[in-house]
Design a protein. Sequence first.
Length: 295
Amino acid sequence: MPSLKEVKNRITSVMSTQQITKAMKMVAAAKLRRSQDRITQIRPFAQKLNAILKNLSAAQSNSDDENWYSIAREEKKVLIVVISSDRGLCGSFNTTVIKGVLRLIDEKYSAQHAKGNVTVLPVGRKATDFFTKRKFQTVTDYATLYSSLTFENVSNAMDYIIEAFKAGKYDKVELVYNEFKNVATQILRTEQLLPIIPAQTTDNNTNQTDYIYLPNQEEIITGLIPKSLKVQFFKALLDSSAAENGARMTAMDKATENAGELLKQLRLSYNRTRQAAITKEILEIVGGAEALKSA
């Protein structure tokens, strides 16, 4: 049985940990409100712009002048953009994303990976550390996007991806991230950024929209498609940021509860140990008194 001092030290340690986890929960909750507001504001715009993008790609694929954004090439070289967090203590948030990337490579791009033709572009320190330590081919120029998460910085990263795809450095670009659903739930998403998948049309073309292009179709498409891709990437980063804060808030709340349960057990153990020590002292005093009487 541990001594009273050992149990008391453990109680003090757990109480300190509980205060830290409670403070981290409050910080994550404050950040979550801000990031949730940002993703709620951008989602409708991003979804509508993505629908327009797919319709434009479908219309362009049906015409004689197909744009290079939607041309499907043989998938020899693949770029996987993975969005993680910079810090831990957020439950299985980072593990889910990393496992999703490894599963994607194993199921779809194992042949390319064996030839060294799968490149990972990590955003966030956790994914960067994981894939660089395991000798994956990586592009780490944009790993610190979270330190200054602005549309301008995201645009620079997307410009690199677009230019690399256009130059033939990559034949396909996939995006893996956690989508924010609520505080306790994050959904792993895998989306194809490039080439753009055209909107599916039915036999009577009810899902396809006809557009009037001013000043001309080529200028609209070349300007709108990069803008839409940047918005989609920015939305994914905001989604991941909100999901990270939600996961951290949930993890710290659970850690605070577990610390409370542990404190109950330690206090019970402390009381039992103290009672046993008092009982032992009483028995020693009674035994000594009996020895004096019989002497």
